[in-house]
Design a protein around this ligand. Structure first.
Ligand code: LCS
Length: 393
């Protein structure tokens, strides 16, 4: 069932499923930290790699492996590495490719901590960085140095919803002989497959669309080829940021309805973005499905749909945005995204609060920007909730 000849929905349901001797329909939770060897020689063979038997859950586990195979299949990648969180997926990638004197060119509007950990932690170990606007290829080319070891982007970006050209960035990276890493969290493989567009490594916060039910924190790294996977896997296992079998089971269960959930939320997001754009109290709306989006054409080319994430600003800026957020009733005032519930939050004081005011503005994160993650509730109910909250602004 891992064959690419099946459609996305079929693979989403069946890819990676582990066949056990009892004929379990879904991969059971192998809630064990360690595995018995048949003999001392068998144990040695497992460690040397001659036998692919399981050893210890930090190194591998059937429940986790099933999820890794499923996501790698959907991303058109070679293999996946499941991690404890999206942040641990990102830091594993940084650790595998960067070190003293190495340099990263990255997008200036990425998930706040993905930039914060670079500027505050990796900097202490001598890693250098350039945060530029990766939607502008000239800025990327100018930032490249002989020591540049990776180009990193998030598209659509959190929280500005800017779209970077994956194909063009891959060309720049490959000319320099380095990998392009794409955080595909905002799309999920249902709407965008960066490896098909030339990216080398994809990272995910599976806390979002892939799990989809706001009840698990989890991450994934998918490599396009063996050489990257072989660099990344030992970093993850040695750092110990592995997934837990129960976490893998829940995420895999969520994955099976990914396309249905994204389709439904996206249908609502299109209606809601149009509603917001036509509202007299709204200053601007950023949504890849609106013609007003600066990369509307690029989004149509590289994404299979505009997604479910909307950013907007009210005419009264921050004060008006706060009144809106304080008055929603159905929509939850909470960070995160990609779950069945609609969530609204204020990036400048929440997810991106650790960035300086200047860096926020450079990245397009204005004080009044409100980020809206659409869930699968009825679109009319979400719009009615916005309507009553906007009336109070
Ligand atoms: N990448 C992106 C694009 C994200 O949005 C997040 C989390 C991460 C990576 C990190 O993943 P985690 O470790 O949380 O699984 N984004 C969040 C957000 O926008 N609000 O709360 C978390």
């Amino acid at each position: 069932m891992d064959s690419k000849k099946f459609g996305f929905l079929t693979r989403e349901v069946h890819a990676g499923e582990f066949e056990d001797e009892l004929g379990s329909a879904v991969t059971p939770i192998y809630q064990t930290s360690t595995f018995k060897f048949k003999s001392a020689d068998h144990g040695a063979a497992c460690f040397s790699g001659e036998d692919d038997g399981y050893i210890y859950t930090r190194l591998g586990n059937p429940t986790i492996n099933a999820l890794e195979q499923a996501v790698a299949n959907l991303e058109s990648g070679y293999k996946g590495i499941a991690t404890s969180s999206g942040m641990s997926a990102i830091t594993t990638v940084y650790l595998a490719f960067l070190g003293k004197g190495k340099h990263i060119v990255s997008h200036n509007a990425i998930y706040g901590p993905a930039r914060g950990v670079m500027e505050n932690v990796f900097a202490r170990f001598g890693v250098e960085f350039s945060y530029v606007d990766t939607t502008n290829l000239d800025e990327v080319k100018k930032a490249m140095r002989p020591e540049t070891a990776m180009i990193y982007t998030e598209t659509p970006a959190n929280p500005t919803i800017t779209i970077s050209d994956i194909k063009a960035l891959a060309e720049i990276a490959h000319k320099a002989g380095i990998p392009l890493v794409v955080d595909n969290t905002f799309c999920s493989p249902y709407l965008q497959r960066p490896i098909e567009l030339g990216a080398d490594i994809v990272v995910h916060s599976m806390t979002k669309f892939i799990n989809g039910h706001a009840d698990v924190v989890a991450g994934m790294i998918v490599s396009s080829e063996k050489k990257y996977h072989d660099m990344l896997r030992p970093v993850m296992t040695n750092m110990g940021c592995n997934m837990d079998p129960h976490q893998a089971f829940l995420v895999h269960r969520g994955l099976k309805t990914l396309a249905l959930r994204v389709e439904k939320a996206q249908e609502s997001a299109i209606k809601i973005a149009e509603y917001l754009e036509s509202h007299p109290k709204v200053d601007w709306v950023k949504f890849p499905g609106l013609k007003s989006h600066p990369q509307y054409e690029l989004a149509k080319q590289q994404m299979d749909g505009p997604g479910t994430m909307i950013s907007f600003e009210l005419k009264g800026g921050l004060d008006a945005g706060k009144r809106l957020m304080d008055n929603v009733k159905l929509i939850l005032l909470a960070v995160s995204l990609g779950g069945v519930e609609s969530l609204i939050q204020h990036p400048a004081s929440m997810t991106h609060s650790k960035l300086s005011h200047e860096k926020k503005l450079q990245a397009g994160i204005t004080d009044g920007l409100v980020r809206f993650a659409i869930g699968i509730e009825d679109a009319n109910d979400i719009i009615a909730d916005l309507e009553q909250a906007l009336a109070k602004v």
